[in-house]
Design a protein around this ligand. Sequence first.
Ligand code: SF4
Ligand code: SF4
Length: 198
Amino acid sequence: MKRREEMTFWERLYVIEITKGVIQTSSDLIKHLVQFLLQVVGLNKTAKPWATFEYPDEARPYAPRYRGRHRLTLNEEGSVRCTACFLCATACPADCIYIEAEEHDSGEVEKFPNRYEIDTLLCVYCGYCVEACPVDAIRMDTGIHPEIYPPDPRAFIEDKETLMKRSRILEDEGPEALFKRHMARIRSIEKNPYLAGY
Ligand code: SF4
Ligand code: SF4
C-alpha cells in the first residue's frame, strides 16, 4: 500500500474532514435505526432486529472447519489411539502438551500415554498438534470453543480421561450433546464459580 505523505490544503484545515466524518457516522446511525424499526414492526423480515447474540443462551454457529476444543480419538475397543510418539508435544509452539509414555502389553503397539495433558491456558489453538500426529489420535473437531473452567489455573489442564471422554460423547451422543454439556457447565460456573466441580 502506498502511503500518502502530504495532506492537501483543505485536509489540513481539518474542519471539512471532521464534518465529512460526522455526516458519514450520522447517516449510518439513521440508516441502521430505520432498518431496526422496520424489522421491529415487521415490515422488514430479512433479518432479526438486532445483530447481537444472547450468548450463552443463543450461540452463533461455527464454520465446519472451525478448530476448537481438543479430543483424543479412540480405537474400536475404546482405548486411546495415541501411541505416545511425542510428535504433537514437539510441534506445539506453546509447549503445553505433557506426555508420560508407558510400554504397551500388546505386541502391535510399542507405547501408549500413561499421562497425556494439555494446559489449555497456554494453548494458542494453532492446530499444529493435530497436523503433527501420524495416527489421527488428536483432533480439534468438536465444534466447541475452548472450555471454561472455575478460576483456578490448575482446572484448565485437560487430562487424558477428559480428552477421551469428549470422543466418547461425540461418538455416542453427537455434537449437540457435547454442546449442551458445555452450556450446562457454563451456567453452573456462572452461578457459583468457586464451587463448580472441575
Ligand atoms: S493447538 Fe497448538 S498450542 Fe494448542 S496444544 Fe495444539 S499445538 Fe499446542
Ligand atoms: S497424539 Fe499423536 S502425535 Fe501426539 S503423542 Fe499421540 S500419537 Fe503422537
